[in-house]
Design a protein around this ligand. Sequence first.
Ligand code: NAP
Length: 278
Amino acid sequence: MRISGKALLAGIMGWPVSHSRSPRLHGYWLRHHSIDGAYLPLSVRPERFTSALEALADMGFRGVNITIPHKEAALAACHRVDALAERIGAVNMITMTGGEIAGSNTDGFGFIESLRHAVPGWRAASGPAAVIGAGGASRAVVAALLDDGSSEIRLVNRTLSRAQSLAADLGGPIEAVPWPALSEALAGAAVLVNTTSLGMQGHAPLEVDLGVLPSTALVTDLVYAPLETELLAAARARGNPAVGGLGMLLHQARPAFEAWFGVDPEVTEDLRAAVLTD
Ligand code: NAP
């Protein structure tokens, strides 16, 4: 790694941040492209978030990623927020130019790009979507599905009111579905997305009967630890194409890297291995 007095600086702000794979991800690309720069883990308490963000802009940082619990606070702390981040209600990527702090959200881009790389030519417009979960990640996924032409989204969530709020906030063809109707909501779906934390290491698995899901439906899980969740294994076992969550994590980082360091980097098998190495 080469760091001179002119090094380009970026990082990720979270609390805690030690679990983040983003320093390894951006660090790989910085080395791969021999860029004079660094990407740092920045552990920031919620009550210090805005002042820390402004200090980074004062110190000439190119920008930062934002992770839990700061994604909503970043909306208010930015001087300018693009229409997509405003619509989703969260910022995950910030650029700093001449002291101006501008926020956007690249999670939906990462979601769609990951599916297109795994299944070339895939389009959300190909049929109804069943989305499980209505938290922060779901908002980005649902907005991306709508923007890619989805004409029907069945949004299933344990807390129905949260799915109803998401549907009202984003507008469009979204139906909030109560949790007990989860399995029926899969009838005729072209894509099934798990955006809940169920299936993550240390969490309960997602229990869903895939019986009525067409065998052509694409099944995808945002969870990437483990790489192969029970949902993905069950989908593959019955012949459905299945895509894990790591690709979304890798692809959402591309627009940020390009904005800060000037190169649209590639997502490769070598990168996947580097990000997964402990
Ligand atoms: P969040 O805002 O806390 O939302 C969590 C969601 O999971 C809510 O819909 C919640 O339902 C549901 N849930 C949690 N425990 C449940 C249970 N026991 N039974 C049923 N539903 C349950 O979290 P998030 O930020 O959206 O993240 C969700 C997942 O996506 C995490 O696993 C995260 O790692 C993953 N993620 C992956 C990427 C990627 O790049 N691959 C990016 C972002 C997030 P309620 O509303 O009823 O609480």
